[in-house]
Design a protein around this ligand. Sequence first.
Ligand code: NAD
Length: 355
Amino acid sequence: MQPFTYESHPTRVVFGDGTIRQVRDVCERSGMRRPLVLSTPQQLDQAEVVAGYLAGMGVGIFDGAVMHTPVDVTEKARAFAETRGADGLVAIGGGSTTGLAKAISIRTGLPQLIIPTTYAGSEMTPILGETKDGLKTTRSDSKIRPHAVIYDVGLTLELPKVLSATSGLNAIAHAAEALYARDGNPIIALMAQEGIAALSKALPEIEASPRDPAARWNALYGAWLCGTCLGSVGMALHHKLCHTIAGSLNLPHAETHAIVLPHSLAFNAPATPDAMLMLQKALKSTDAIEGLNLLTSKLDIPRSLMELGMREYDISDAADKAVLNPYWNPRSLSRDFAFELIRRAWAGEPARAIN
Ligand code: NAD
């Protein structure tokens, strides 16, 4: 029995298949009359579909969203929004496009409607990571949290298999760390278990059959729950480590999460027995770490940080950075343990206890 604090957040969430057709209505409910649509160049076709459903209400499309939310792109998009007289933002895409909407919104106060097409979960959080002159900074502010989210399963059917698997594991990472968060609570623990259960069932099914609508539904449902966990409680070692490694070596975000996750959880396992029990149940396994190893083994994803381009001599520097700025974690991390954890992820070994 532990005392807890629970805070709910007022984002309107519409979930289903074909829900994109409600975009005009959801915009109006959020007070928008002249929304600007945001996307990456790769998803311009989906942005045009959104603009179609806005039925003349939209003031244009800015399709310049890119990874890591560079400030110069944000400034360009903000100027475009201003020129067009936009009074709101509709972002369709993954965490990168959501990041652009958040970055414009925090500078202008414009309301945001996010239509996520990956499982990364950024749409449910008040967190924004931005880059300027190659440096990444992250901040959290309740004003960054999007006003409304439309989850449309149909938009995820074409999400490439690797991005499905890696962004799905990125989502599982949010929920797994929520299970032992310092400011955790029973509601978030329930959401975390349900999210992990839904995604861990769906991801191997998507691997076998990417257009399976039931699997896609489950995965997106799980992603919503896991994103809610990230947006509600604090994260620990796993997120800090991925932030440090991916940020300093410019490694891809979701892939880095997918590879590091079983190792960081294996390190924290001795200090988090209750969380491991919940995790193993959600994974339908007899052991949480074996369950994660088995899940990742079923997915066709990069297995090691080496495959992502990290060099062996980068391990030492990454270990130094991992222990440089102390942060809360259920188990304290020495430099030797950090080195060993990162080395195993670099080599692509199966996760096991680190003692
Ligand atoms: P992404 O947004 O970078 O997308 C990768 C590529 O896939 C893009 O070209 C995109 O257009 C394309 N794509 C996305 N959905 C598609 C679909 N359904 N069909 C076809 N192509 C599609 O990838 P991501 O993993 O969603 O996001 C990663 C970024 O999000 C990172 O920068 C990360 O830092 C950030 N992130 C932020 C938070 C937060 O709370 N602030 C949480 C998670 C991730």
